[in-house]
Ligand binder design. Structure first.
Ligand code: 13P
Length: 255
């Protein structure tokens, strides 16, 4: 399986800046370096068609940051998964913590979106993760279990068709990356809840200086990068992560 290296640009980069970022990134990363990685760029909706043209003949894939659960209809301001697929997206983020916490998105809504993504053939990147307060209260596992069971209700056997992103809310945009030990522990917990082997990736302050250590562990099958994906040099370095020949033990992970 190829490691997933996904860049979520969030609400950043207008059309001109998007073009500039992709062209620079493609000049920094050689085709050969993309062989064992699945790079996914997830720009704002407004840049999707520009990026679709720019990455057309490259192995880089496109994703969207959200979609509605209905395919079309009277939902002013929403975006259809069918439309983003037509633009060239193969992936869509569902249930990002910023949507859960800032936009009040519920597990029930996430469940409907996941079902539609499955039906129309988009690969969902389902984000789960606990807040700092939930971690401190010892609720990490119960929160994640609830997000997964309610999110996947009705199609539990199809989780392997998605990517599960563990993004601890306290690590997003804070510079506080989960330690390798914390990330691996939750990845294993998630893996135990899923019926079939699934791809599980990590997100939360992934940077060029912690990517090698994260990717060295076999539990971490990829990363979902926010801030560091906005800078072509740092995202190129993340794509070019180095595989340690000797995998470090989890106990070596203190940083
Ligand atoms: P940062 O990498 O900026 O912490 O963001 C992570 C994230 O939310 C990716 O979806």
């Amino acid at each position: 399986m190829k490691a997933i290296i996904a860049g979520n640009w969030k609400m950043n980069k207008d059309n001109g800046q998007s073009r500039e970022l992709v062209l620079k990134l493609m000049s920094l990363v050689g085709i050969d370096e993309l062989k064992n990685r699945q790079v996914i760029l997830i720009p704002p909706f407004t840049s999707l068609s520009i990026l679709a043209e720019l990455v057309m003949n490259s192995p880089i894939k496109l994703g969207a940051q959200n979609m509605h659960w209905e395919r079309s209809g009277a939902f002013t301001g929403e975006v259809s998964g069918v439309f983003i697929k037509q633009l060239g997206c193969e992936y869509v983020i569902i249930g990002h913590s910023e949507r859960r916490h800032l936009m009040g998105e519920t597990n029930k809504e996430i469940n409907r979106k996941l079902k539609t993504a499955l039906d129309i053939g988009l690969i969902a990147i389902l984000c789960v993760g606990e807040t700092g307060a939930e971690r401190d209260a010892g609720q990490t596992e119960s929160v994640i279990e609830k997000q997964l069971t309610q999110g996947l209700e009705g199609f539990e056997n199809e989780a392997h068709k998605m990517i599960i992103a563990y993004e601890p809310v306290w690590a997003i945009g804070t510079g506080k990356t989960a330690t390798l030990e914390q990330a691996v522990e939750v990845h294993k917990f998630i893996r135990g809840l899923l019926k079939k082997p699934s791809t599980i990736i990590y997100g939360g302050s992934v940077k060029s200086d912690n990517i090698d250590q994260l990717m060295a562990h076999e539990e971490i099958q990829g990363v979902l990068v926010g801030g560091a994906s906005l800078d072509p040099e740092s995202f190129a370095r993340i794509i070019q992560y180095q595989k340690f020949l000797d995998k470090p033990k989890i106990s070596d992970s203190s940083d």
